[in-house]
Design a protein around this ligand. Structure first.
Ligand code: G6P
Length: 614
């Protein structure tokens, strides 16, 4: 949440910062701002709305500078407006700051500063931090900017990724991190700072990811790393970026979301390729090999996640319990972290996260680690905070996901969970050869089958035309397809703002059926799996109440074609891997409804892709 960018070097910083903000806009887009050191003084330009608004505002203004910081905001404290937009400047103008995260003890700090004569122009916690640093700095005679920052941060409770400019020390940026990511790209006589590597990759592949409590002091020719607590230099660990710039472009698609939906045949095979032995078909998960004995001894697996990743977790639960026969619990990270859960040393806690930065998931991981559990991660972003915080893990290879509504990350997570379940099932000798090979072979066939679904996008668009003006909808599924119903409903809600409720089809009679009349579309995920007959009964119940049914059906299901209003067909597949197919038409359906309603598909209102606040 919130994107931060910084540049210091010999180039014109403005275009680098604006381009960086656009790359990071998925993190928040309520307002944007930029601070540049122009002719020896810091100048701030900021605007409510998207980066484009800021760019228009800055047109024809002098923006030339070799040093600057910029921010795109997802509002926490204070409404999105020009005043609350970052960068924030301290009362006497000494410090300018951009901040991602939340200062939890902001109220106390604000009271303390108010008593000392400080005044605030906006409502953000970030402005308080700017003033706290200024207060520590005093007149600058006793302490320098770096020390003032370190002293201020030692009084802060909460999360921050910050970059700071000090008027008295113009050729310098100071950056720090706690629980909010910050990467520093190392160029030749220049440095690039950003919340993730995407704004950096086109300039340099050498990057340092700050750790919690790190403070970096950067000039065009020097990079010094210390911690908040200690005034001693530490050696930065330089990593090589593997990201390519091409991954960050739309490549001819109208939206990132559509591009990402169409990438799924490749991203799913990238997620299993190299992990299934081509001859023996045995699954090998390199990232878990060292901890595998402990996983195999686990009495229980607890999966923690948020949002779409939580839906993938539910599929993981069904898979692992059915085939590996290990008890699994799935938890919302935001609940788990606060509800005093029972965590034993022989538990395995598995965190699933696309971004690897979700604050609630991160906090749940720390809790589980403190209690002695083995904590594993399934993450998409290499080197992300969750990937680094967990004891071991498996990367999904979905590539960069930019559309705020997750698509390819979900199917990559389900792919990896299928591999994990099969690996555990084999090790526990809980699955027969025939069943095992059938599942693995079907998993391998999924990318081709998804291509067949994608070819039918025009039909799905036609169905979307029919239902685009509804304001309510119900999504139903059973077994492995229940989480798919949840995910389908979430996609529609997120990007088209139509209320959509996902439910287990069998549970419909206990409440949601009261909603059914001729006005509500009911999307039923009704592939020919072991639950088919039961789901058909639920369809009849909806029909009896004049509900309009859109069904995701297995190719050639003549009965449902004749029974329901609209069908979206998917190829026949094993029950266990059918979620990977059934979710595709639902992603496309939500996408087209969003486009037809004129919504902002890639940056839906109020949402952010990486939720680094709780
Ligand atoms: C946000 C995103 C969702 C995502 C969720 C969890 O709400 O908009 O798409 O599913 O966070 O994110 P994670 O990165 O932990 O999977």
């Amino acid at each position: 949440m919130c994107g931060i960018v910084g540049y210091i070097g010999t180039k014109n910083a403005y275009p680098i910062l604006i381009k960086g903000l656009k790359r990071l806009e998925y993190r928040g887009y309520d307002s944007a701002g930029i601070a540049l050191n122009i002719n020896g003084g810091v100048q701030v330009f900021k605007k409510k709305g998207k980066v484009l608004e800021l760019e228009n505002y800055c047109e024809n203004k002098n923006t030339f500078s070799n040093i600057g910081i910029a921010h795109t905001r997802w509002a926490t404290h204070g409404e999105p407006n020009d005043i609350n937009a970052h960068p924030h400047v301290s009362m006497n103008g000494f410090f300018t700051i951009i901040h991602n995260g939340i200062i939890e003890n902001y109220e106390k700090l604000k009271n303390d500063l108010t008593q000392r004569g400080y005044k605030f122009y906006g409502e953000t916690d970030s402005e308080i931090l700017a003033n706290l640093i200024e207060y520590m700095y005093g007149d600058g005679k006793e302490v320098n900017a770096e020390t003032a920052v370190r002293m201020a941060l030692s009084r802060v409770v909460g999360a921050y990724g910050i970059v700071i400019m000090c008027n008295d020390e113009p050729g310098k940026l100071i950056a720090a991190r706690k629980s909010s990511p910050l990467a520093i790209g190392i160029g030749d006589g220049e440095y690039y700072l950003a919340s993730d590597a995407s704004p950096i990759v086109e300039y340099t592949r050498n990057v340092v990811y700050l750790n919690d409590n790190d403070v970096a002091i950067i000039t065009p020719n020097s990079f010094t790393l210390k911690t908040v607590q200690k005034d001693e230099e530490i050696k930065p660990e330089i990593q090589k970026l593997e990201l390519s710039v091409g991954e960050l472009e739309k490549n001819g698609f109208e939206h990132y979301m559509l591009k990402e939906i169409f990438e799924q045949p490749r991203t799913i095979s990238d997620s299993f390729r190299g992990r299934i032995d081509p001859q023996t078909k045995e699954v090998f998960l390199g990232g878990l090999s060292e901890v595998m004995p402990r996983i195999l001894d686990a009495k229980r697996i607890v999966i923690i996640a948020c949002g779409t990743s939580w839906h993938a977790a539910l599929i993981g639960e069904y898979l692992i319990e059915e085939y590996a026969r290990i008890p699994v619990e799935v938890e919302y990270a935001s609940e788990y972290r606060y509800r005093k859960p029972i965590i034993n040393e022989d538990d395995v806690v598995l965190a699933i996260s696309q971004s690897g930065e979700t604050a609630d998931t991160m906090a749940a991981i720390k809790l589980a680690k403190d209690k002695g559990a083995l904590v594993l991660g399934i993450c998409n972003v290499v080197g992300s905070s969750i990937a680094r915080e967990t004891h071991a893990g498996i990367y999904t290879h979905a590539g960069v996901e930019i559309g705020v509504a997750s698509t390819k990350a979900f199917t990559a997570q389900v792919t990896v969970l299928t591999l994990l379940a099969m690996r555990l099932a084999r090790a526990h000798k809980a699955i027969g050869d025939e069943r095992y090979y059938a599942i693995i072979n079907d998993l391998i066939s999924i990318p081709d089958k998804i291509n067949l679904i994608l070819e039918k996008q025009a039909q799905i668009k036609e169905i979307a035309e029919k239902y685009k003006d509804n304001i309510n909808s119900l999504y139903l599924g059973r077994g492995y397809l229940f989480p798919v119903a949840l995910e389908g409903a979430l996609k529609l809600k997120e990007i088209s703002y139509i209320h959509a409720e996902g439910y287990p089809a069998g549970e419909m009679k206990h409440g949601p059926i009261a909603l059914v009349d001729s006005n509500i579309p009911v999307v039923v995920v009704a592939a020919k799996d072991r639950y088919y007959e039961k789901v058909v009964s639920n369809i009849q119940e909806v029909k009896a109440r004049k509900g309009n049914i859109i069904a995701v059906v297995t190719d050639g299901d003549g009965f449902l074609r004749d029974t329901v209003e609209d069908i979206m067909e998917i190829p026949k597949s094993d029950d266990v891997v059918t979620p990977l197919l059934a979710v595709i038409p639902l992603q496309l359906f939500a996408y087209y409804i969003s486009v037809l309603r004129g919504c902002d598909v890639d940056q839906p209102r109020n949402l952010a892709k990486s939720v680094t606040v709780e």
